[in-house]
Design a protein around this ligand. Sequence first.
Ligand code: GLU
Length: 553
Amino acid sequence: MRKEQENIEISKLLFGDINKTKEEILKKYPKRNLDEEQLVLRFAPSPTGFIHMGNVYTALVGYLLSKRSRGIFILRIEDTDKNREVKEGISQIIKGMKHFDIEFDEGMKGEKKSEGNYGPYRQSERMEIYQVFAKDLVAKGYAYPCFCSTEELEEIRRKQSETGCRTGYYGKWAKWRDSSVEDIKRELESGTPFVIRLYSRGDIENKVNVKDLIKGGVTLSENDMDAVLLKSDGLPTYHFAHPIDDTLMDISYVLRGDEWLPSQPLHGEIFKALDFEQIPYGHISPLMKIDEGGKRKLSKRKDPEFAVSYYLEKGYPVQGVKEYLLNIANSNFYDWRKQHPEEGILEFNLKLEKFNKAGALFDITKLDDICKDYISRLSAKEVYENILNWGKQYNEEIHKKLLNHKDYCVRIFNIEREGEKVRKDIIKWSDAREQLEIFFDDMYEELQKEEVDMDKGLQRDILKDFLDTYYFGDITSEWFGKIQRIAQKYGFCTDYKEYKKNPKKYEGKVGDVAMVMRVAVTGKKQSPDLYQIMQILGESKIRERIKEYIERV
Ligand code: GLU
């Protein structure tokens, strides 16, 4: 180990142009003046251009917990990996989150814009801060420069593998750990690129018990890796940046994906080296799916439903998706929702300790059910507004139809929406086309028409009789009475029980007659209530479609 004076000398050699002290920085970031229960949480994504459901899940949790506690929710951008960054990456994140009504009180507000007194909120703009802390660590012997080239590191790894040792830069393998001031000076003078590494004091044989807000008590091995803190371009690694940022921003809990759990001992060691109080962690389980009989993490490559864009394009109702995610987070959400159908989700007491500890199953069929339920609770007007908004961005044809035929469309969306049993056939806004296609001639023409399995002559007779007796002003019972009479005339049974007993006695049942009319009017064997459809289509259109059908079959 080097002497204190030597470490100070090395820190000056490395960071000669850094004059600020750690104390000066700490002074700029005072503790927030908040009550203890007010949580300051942050969402800290990298601007990689791909936003997935795991991001929405984590951000939603942070947003709700901070809002419920009257706290603060921050957007911090972790852009220290310049290779993964894309143009407009920050705006995409903000927009994606806003779509789910997740807004930030503090932090990045646009590509360059930010708000709040604890910034900068983009890591690439916090270089000086990281350098000051790195200098301090080097001076205290907690960090050192390492000049190993990629080839040298590979060579170390190869030797380790050959001799059956753990791979990595640690202990006796850490070549630059205890090197002399002279050696360091020499490399610096010749301009050899270097990184700054942690001087780990840990021992892999020791165990650390950590208390996780979600997982509970977890036992892990101590860290002994001399992890990289500053990369050769001077930018910090995630390991080094997050303890500094979360401490300076006075964050209450670090809620993050559980892929980081194994690194917690390393992070704990960095917190200690920096002389910071440890911020509690909550590690959120990843979203999983059942695949080939097993459970696996949702993947960007294999699962289109992992991407947030999938939900936007298909027009999943935001509220439905959020409710489903909350259901994954706390399984009692579903019961709560049943008891409180009208309450906003902020009223739900979301609890970290009730989170799924292993893997949370993301089941798109369940999501569909929740969305169906949710949409069934909306009024026809609300459905109209939502589809209009979605169409504006994602489907011009539907948008135009809705814009130009507002009342007509609201009536269509109102079919079987009022009364005891509400129809649940809309999962997402893109399902609108199916709702509309029988009501607009241009769409109807494109529709692949279904056929009825019945003698064609009989079908024609039934429909002709219907046209003869049809009166638009009939109420449902009158309308149905006429269908029953036609059914009887052609030997169809109008009593379901009787028909079940003696099916051979009849040509069929009254439903078969209604089916001919349904297919003649809508082109489909399945449709919502036929009477309501006819009332919306109007008399002339119905006569026209039935006549056209009689000629066609
Ligand atoms: N940028 C890190 C990630 O996306 C953030 C993890 C954290 O929230 O601390 O995984």
